[in-house]
Every structure is written in structure tokens, then in C-alpha cells.
Design a protein around this ligand. Structure first.
Ligand SMILES: *Cc1c(COP(=O)(O)O)cnc(C)c1O
Length: 814
């Protein structure tokens, strides 16, 4: 049964001008006649906040009354982006707000642009969590997201002389209208010390305590009155620290002590797919997990007499291993604090937790030195040892006498410095473990988790990722959304499979004309954004070739650059050929400590400087790098792309979600047989995607047989010319050796990601892209077919699968 529409929200659309004026006067504190775009952003946000607040209270009241089963989604990262436009969309007030703002001579776009992104995440993993929150609210799944209220989110990227510069992201500096501080909700979180065993009962004599204070963010559902919660924890020094300062007068010491506690929630670690491995990071992980477990236990005990039925009412999901310590924490709370027998608690734990793995790369799997764990979380280490002992006893019954098997399975890596394997803790503590695309889930059970799968084959499953169509189509691409509305009706927002009906229109000349007009307008908008952020003029008539994602060797931005240089040299060699003009667009951040990734960013700029200023090239080729990639930049880029580069080495990209956003906005994919690219191919058809390169088994076979990159260099003249030009300083004349080391990672360093092996296939496939682009109607039909096939990649589908198969919940039960 849908929630009742509150009278105020029915009226607000007609009175929105008055409501904006009221908030300018009462909340923002400015004269409406003098309101700046920023003032208006705040005022409109408060109009929406008020509406959502009412819906939120109603949702919470209803769920509490029903003692609903809830999902608790634990994630170190939530890459939310901006909230205003999404909130207005959920309230169906976007049109009214735009109309209301005309009185102030402002557009909604310009006003909404004043809001800083909430960039509490690195990349795909954090954005997935944000899309999931949107879908959980929208499909009506009682849910809480839990994370950290980082004072500083993902660093802002600027480019100086082609090099990445990192600046802090003080996104909360001017406050945010979107958070609700919950002054009454605060939990102590303990660290350090030692464990005493008194009559066999463990007592954790901790050495430090910090308070976790709750700040809630609204997560509006669409097409429903449901609103879910993202609860973020801020670390605050316990009150007695201040008191001591007051008593002793040693303010400097007290302040530094206070900082020592509060720095836990200061800053997001800017690493994507490589663990930070620092003590502060471990404290962050435990801090937010402990607060979240205390919160869910308190909520349970408000609604139920004991914790015996916890597993029936809570499903706790681990977004990667970052919150894996939660398994030990729940055991500690149940056994140590609620005197539950171990075996009973362990059963509850297993029925409560589930875990998503996000990567196969061994170097990306999180482990913690036993010594560090002992120092920070001594009781948890004891619990982990006991879990491990019982698990290895069980494992031994599967393969008696096979000690190598047990050593591989152990929660403790005993080779070298002993380390706790967080993925193993997550698997042992969960009833379901999933990968994020069909290929990735299959590889999980064949490779890194094969021993676990031999014991528990049914524990492993697949949940292919998705993206929310509200943000990535309705909000980001109003042009295409309008065309879809007039062609299909508006139902696709909540039922993305309706896009299938577009297939019938793919060769319809009138529809093609409208579709291409939308794409062209989006490209004009993107070209303007490029000019604003880089100063480079690009032609919307060129093919917009887009690779936007974190900069990482496995994602192979460097392979893309090799193609750009190949094309540059080919145009110079043959200037009068019928070249399809191309604009190659990159965006993405490199982890601050990732030297090779930063060198790739610099190379993109150096190649761009040469190519873009070569008068012989003109509009035939342009290369641009849009700085500071994030959700809002992505929202501008996706709708304007013609070609989506998804070129990771087969077997390395767990899923990808950028690939989905781009195809949903009508880009054709050039990609490897990797991650969700494979499922995109299955859904749009082999003829509507450009797949190239080695497939996963071929990658494995080539590596087994002894890959020799130099052979490709010697036998491929175009490749040799490109690498020689880069290594020889043609693009860095002021410092000819700048890219020697980068090229040497390929030629002499083993070319770990097989760029040279895939080069020829990639370049040949790029020529096929040109051939198709020369036939606008054929290209357009394929672009339409791509949009039509993307229904399955809605995160609503993903969340329904999680609900049914992992969390055992029925969407819309309330
Ligand atoms: C979707 C998204 C990603 C993930 O991109 P991939 O191409 O899947 O790696 C990263 N960052 C932002 C800002 C995104 O919106």
C-alpha cells in the first residue's frame, strides 16, 4: 500500500515560488531580491528537504510499527554526488522548481550546479553503494546505509603543466542542507588495550574510546513516498578529554589528544582497488562498523525482547571486505555483552551476514598484520582465532591430512609476517558471497575462492551490477528522457525493461532524426564543458570517444593513448585519406601514491598538447582530459558520448558500471570480453558492440606460456613507431626521458596487462568503428539498439535479486 500523499506536498508545486521566498527569508536569511544562485540552491533545497522530511518520518514510523526486516548495507564509501536535482525528481517537483526559479531569473541547472558533490568514495564501489540506496528506497526495501561522515571526501583534482595536483575536498565547509544531525544518537567505540579472562569470561580492558555521532542523509525513493536513510558516523572525542583540559589547563595537549580521536572520520583514503594498510584505516573500518552494529542491535531490542531472532529481522551486507571486522564485532556483542553461547551466536552471525567481492586481483585483497590487529583490536583478534580454529577443524574433515589446503583456507596468512585475511573472514562469516558480473563470479569460484567453493558450493552466487536510471538517464540526460517519454511513456524510470520497445524504432527515420538531435545537443553541451574546463575547442561533429574511470594500469588508459598516437602518425602519413574526425576524451583520478597512473595522466596531456596544436591535424583528431572526474562531471559526459572505451585486460574488471551508464545514454562500446561488457554484448547483440582482444582463457594461456612483449614490439611496425616516439621524447621535448620508465613497464617490465598483445586487435577494431560512423543511419540504429537493451542493467533489478536470493526479503512488503 503506498503511503498517503501529505497535503503540503500536493500543494507545494503550485506554491513553490512562495516556498522559495519563505526559505530565502527564514532559513537562508537573505533578501529575495538579492538572492545569489547559491542562496537559491539553499532555499530550493530546504523546500525539498521539508517535503522529504515528512515522508521520512512516515516511512520510519511505518517500518518500526511493522517490526520490518531490514537490510543494513555497510560500506566505507558512498559516492552520492549532488542531492538537489535527484530530490526534486523524487518529489516530482523538477518542473515546478525550474518554473519557480524563472522569477529569480535563474535556471534550475545553474542553481543546482552550486551544490558541492558528496564525494565520499573513490569510484565504482562507492557509486554502486549510492545507486543501491536509490534502488532500495525505490523498490520499497526497508534499508539503512551506514558509512563514515568524512570531513574531507575524495580529493579534488587539478592539472598543472599536465600533472595531477590534489586538493582537499572540504565539502562540509559551508554546511549542507541535506544532513540531519541526530544529537541523541551516539555510541562509544573502543580501541586498544588488552583482554583479561576472568573465570573464563573475556573482559576487554580497552585503552581508548571515541564517540560515534549519527548524521543522517535522506535517500528519497522515486515513484513512491518511501525515504530511506544513509547514516554516517562522525568521530568525536569523548567528553572527558575536554574536561581534563579544563582541569589541568594543558590545552595544547588536550587539543592534540582530541585530534587523535577525531581524525578517524577526517578523510577518505584515496585508494581505489589497493588497500591502504595503515592503522588509521583499520580504526576507520572498526569505528563505523562498531557504531553501526550497536545501532542495529539497539533498534532490534526496541522492537523485540531479545537478540535470539536477530537474523530474522536484519540482513547485514558487507560491501567488499572493508566492514568485515563486523563479523567479529557482532560475535563480541552477542557473546561478551549479551552472554549468548558461542555456537548460537555463530549461527545468528552466519544467517545475518552476506558479502560482495569486488576484485580478483591478489594485490587488492585486504589483509591486516596480526600484530597491528592485536594492538588495535585485541579482543577481535581472539575471536578471529577462535573462528579460524573451528573453521579449520571443519575444513579438515573435507580433506583429511591436506595441510596445504588448510593453509590456503586459513583466516591467517602464515607466510612471512602473519596477516589476517579479511576476505576469508567475510566468507566464513557469511551465508552468501557474490561477485558482481557473471564472469567475475565464475572466476571467483575457479580461482581465488576455489577452496572455499569446494566446501560450500552453494554459498557463492552472482549479482550483476546495475545503475539507477533516475540519475543516469532521467536526471543526466533530459533530452533523451523527453524523447523516451514521448515515445514510450514515462514508465521506464521504474521499469527499465520498457526500453525494449525502442527496438521497433531503430530504423524509423523520424525517430532516428530525433535521437540524433538529442545526441548532438548533448555533444554541444559537453563541448562547452570541455572548453570551460580545459580551454580546448572541440567539434561536436567529431566522434566523441570517451574513457572515464579511475586511472589504473588494468583499465588500460595507456592502450587508448597508444591508439591515439597511432592515429596521429597515420594521419600525418596519409593526410588526405577520408579520416573520421575524432575527439578522444579522458577523465579520472589517480591515487596520490600511484606513480605509474600519474605518469599516464601526464602522457595524455603531453600527447594532447602536440596533437591538438599540430596544424596538419586540425579537427581530425583532438585529445582532451577533463579534470576532477566525479559524479557531476560524469553526468555531463555520459549523455554526450558516442563511443565507450571499456578496454581492461580480460579477467581484471570485476564488472564496471561506467560501461552501463554510457550504453544507456546511447554510446556504442568498444571493449574486451570482460566484466559486465559480456552481459552488455548478450543484451544488445553481437552486431551492436565492438569486442576485441584476448579473452580470459587466452590471457591465462599466454601468461602460462611465457608472454614476451618484445616480440609484439619487434613484429608490429606501427606499435614500434608509437612506443619509440613516446619513449624517445617526441611528446616531451623539454624532458625527452619523461616516459622511458612508462614504456619500459611494457617492454621490459613484463607488460602485466598485455597491452602489446591486444594492440593490433584494438587498432583494427577502431578502424571498424570509423567505418560504421561514416554511415550515420547504421550507427544510429545500433545506438538505439544499445539503449533498448539496457533494461536489465537497472540497479532496481540488481536490488530485487539481492532481496530475493541473499537477503530473503520481499520488496514493497509494506
Ligand atoms: C560509474 C562511476 C565510476 C565507475 O566507473 P567504471 O568505468 O565502472 O570504473 C567511477 N567514478 C564515478 C564518478 C562514476 O560515476
Amino acid at each position: 500500500m503506498p503511503l498517503r500523499l501529505t497535503p503540503s506536498s500536493a500543494n507545494i508545486s503550485t506554491n513553490i515560488q512562495a516556498a522559495i521566498t519563505q526559505h530565502l527569508l527564514n532559513t537562508v536569511g537573505v533578501n529575495p531580491a538579492d538572492a545569489t544562485p547559491n542562496d537559491l540552491m539553499l532555499a530550493v533545497s530546504h523546500v525539498a528537504r521539508q517535503q522529504l522530511s515528512q515522508r521520512w518520518v512516515e516511512t520510519q514510523t511505518r517500518e518500526a510499527a511493522a517490526k520490518a526486516r531490514r537490510v543494513v548495507y555497510l560500506s566505507m564509501e558512498f559516492l552520492m554526488g549532488r542531492t538537489l536535482s535527484n530530490a526534486l525528481g523524487a518529489l516530482e517537483l523538477r518542473g515546478a522548481a525550474a518554473e519557480g526559479l524563472t522569477q529569480f531569473a535563474q535556471t534550475l541547472e545553474n542553481v543546482a550546479d552550486r551544490e558541492p558533490d558528496a564525494a565520499l568514495g573513490n569510484g565504482g564501489l562507492g557509486r554502486l553503494a549510492a545507486c543501491f540506496l536509490d534502488s532500495m528506497a525505490t523498490v520499497g526495501l526497508p534499508s539503512f546505509g551506514y558509512g563514515i561522515r568524512y570531513e574531507y571526501g575524495m580529493f579534488a583534482q587539478d592539472i598543472q603543466n599536465g600533472a595531477q595536483m590534489e586538493y582537499p575536498d572540504p565539502w562540509l565547509e559551508n554546511g549542507t542542507p541535506w544532513e540531519f544531525p541526530r544529537a541523541d544518537i551516539s555510541y562509544p567505540v573502543h580501541f586498544g588495550g588488552w583482554v583479561e579472562h576472568v573465570n573464563g569470561s573475556p573482559i576487554w580492558r580497552h585503552a581508548g574510546e571515541v564517540a560515534a555521532k549519527a548524521y543522517d542523509m535522506v535517500v528519497p525513493g522515486h515513484g513512491t513516498e518511501k525515504v530511506s536513510t544513509l547514516r554516517l558516523w562522525k568521530a568525536v572525542a569523548p567528553a572527558h578529554i575536554d574536561l581534563n583540559a579544563f582541569n589541568t589547563g594543558d590545552y595544547a595537549r588536550a587539543a592534540s589528544l582530541k585530534n587523535e580521536y577525531e581524525n578517524i572520520s577526517w578523510v577518505l583514503y584515496p585508494n581505489d582497488s589497493t588497500p591502504a594498510g595503515r592503522e588509521l584505516r583499520l580504526k576507520q573500518e572498526y569505528f563505523f562498523v562498531s557504531a553501526s552494529v550497536q545501532d542495529l542491535v539497539a533498534r532490534h531490542l526496541r522492537e523485540h525482547p531479545s537478540l535470539d531472532n536477530l537474523a530474522e529481522h536484519v540482513a547485514i551486507h558487507l560491501n567488499d571486505t572493508h566492514p568485515a571486522i563486523g563479523v567479529a564485532e557482532l560475535m563480541r556483542v552477542l557473546c561478551d555483552e549479551h552472554a549468548m553461547p558461542w555456537d548460537k551466536a555463530w549461527k545468528i552471525c552466519g544467517n545475518t551476514f552476506s558479502y560482495t567481492n569486488h576484485t580478483l586481483m591478489p594485490e587488492a585483497l585486504e589483509t591486516w598484520p596480526v600484530g597491528l590487529m592485536q594492538h588495535v583490536l585485541p579482543r577481535h583478534l581472539e575471536i578471529i582465532f577462535r573462528i579460524n580454529k573451528e573453521f579449520l577443524d571443519l575444513a579438515a574433515t573435507h580433506r583429511p591430512g591436506d595441510n596445504a589446503f588448510l593453509a590456503r583456507l586459513s583466516l591467517i596468512d602464515e607466510q612471512g609476517e602473519r596477516r589476517v585475511r579479511m576476505a576469508h573472514l567475510s566468507i566464513v562469516g557469511s551465508h552468501k558471497v557474490n561477485g558482481v558480473s557473471a564472469l567475475h563470479s565464475e572466476l571467483l569460484v575457479q580461482t581465488i575462492f576455489s577452496d572455499f567453493a569446494s566446501i560450500w558450493p552453494d554459498r557463492f552466487t552472482n549479482m550483476t551490477n546495475g545503475v539507477t536510471p533516475r540519475r543516469w538517464l532521467a536526471q543526466a540526460n533530459p533530452g533523451l528522457s523527453g524523447l523516451l517519454d514521448s515515445t514510450l511513456g514515462s514508465g521506464w524510470r521504474l521499469d527499465l525493461d520498457q526500453l525494449q520497445k525502442l527496438k521497433a524504432k531503430k530504423d524509423d527515420a523520424a525517430f532516428q532524426k530525433s535521437f540524433m538531435a538529442v545526441k548532438r545537443a548533448n555533444k554541444v553541451r559537453l563541448a562547452e564543458a570541455i572548453a570551460r574546463s580545459t580551454g580546448i575547442q572541440v567539434s561536436p561533429d567529431s566522434l566523441f570517444d570517451v574513457q572515464v574511470k579511475r586511472i589504473h594500469e588494468y583499465k588500460r588508459q595507456l592502450l587508448n593513448v597508444l591508439h591515439v598516437v597511432t592515429r596521429y602518425q597515420a594521419i600525418l602519413a596519409n593526410p588526405h585519406a577520408d579520416w573520421v574526425p575524432r575527439t578522444v576524451i579522458f577523465a579520472g583520478k589517480a591515487a596520490s601514491s600511484y606513480v605509474t597512473a600519474k605518469s599516464i595522466i601526464r602522457l595524455i596531456h603531453d600527447v594532447g598538447t602536440v596533437v591538438n596544436n599540430d596544424p596538419r591535424i586540425g579537427d581530425k583528431l583532438k585529445l582532451v582530459f577533463m579534470p576532477n572526474y566525479g559524479v557531476s562531471v560524469a553526468e555531463t559526459i555520459m549523455p554526450g558520448a558516442d563511443l565507450s572505451e571499456q578496454i581492461s585486460t580480460a579477467g581484471t574488471e570485476a564488472s564496471g558500471t561506467g560501461n552501463m551508464k554510457l550504453a544507456l545514454n546511447g554510446a556504442l562500446t568498444i571493449g574486451t570480453d570482460d566484466g559486465a561488457n559480456i552481459e552488455i554484448r548478450q543484451n544488445v547483440g553481437d552486431d551492436n558492440i565492438f569486442i576485441f582482444g584476448l579473452k580470459t582463457p587466452e590471457v591465462q594461456a599466454l601468461k602460462q606460456s611465457g608472454y614476451q612483449p618484445m616480440r609484439y614490439y619487434e613484429n608490429t611496425p606501427a606499435l614500434k613507431a608509437v612506443l619509440d616516439a613516446i619513449a624517445g621524447g617526441q611528446f616531451s621535448p623539454d624532458e625527452p626521458g619523461r616516459y622511458r620508465a612508462l614504456v619500459d613497464t611494457l617492454l621490459w617490465g613484463g607488460d602485466h596487462y598485455l597491452l602489446l598483445a591486444d594492440y593490433a586487435s584494438y587498432v583494427a577494431t577502431q578502424a571498424q568503428v570509423d567505418d560504421l560512423y561514416r554511415q550515420p543511419a547504421a550507427w544510429c540504429a545500433k545506438a538505439i539498439t544499445n539503449v533498448a537493451g539496457m533494461g536489465v542493467f537497472s540497479s532496481d533489478r540488481t536490488i530485487r535479486e539481492y532481496a530475493q536470493q541473499i537477503w530473503h526479503m520481499a520488496p514493497d512488503a509494506l
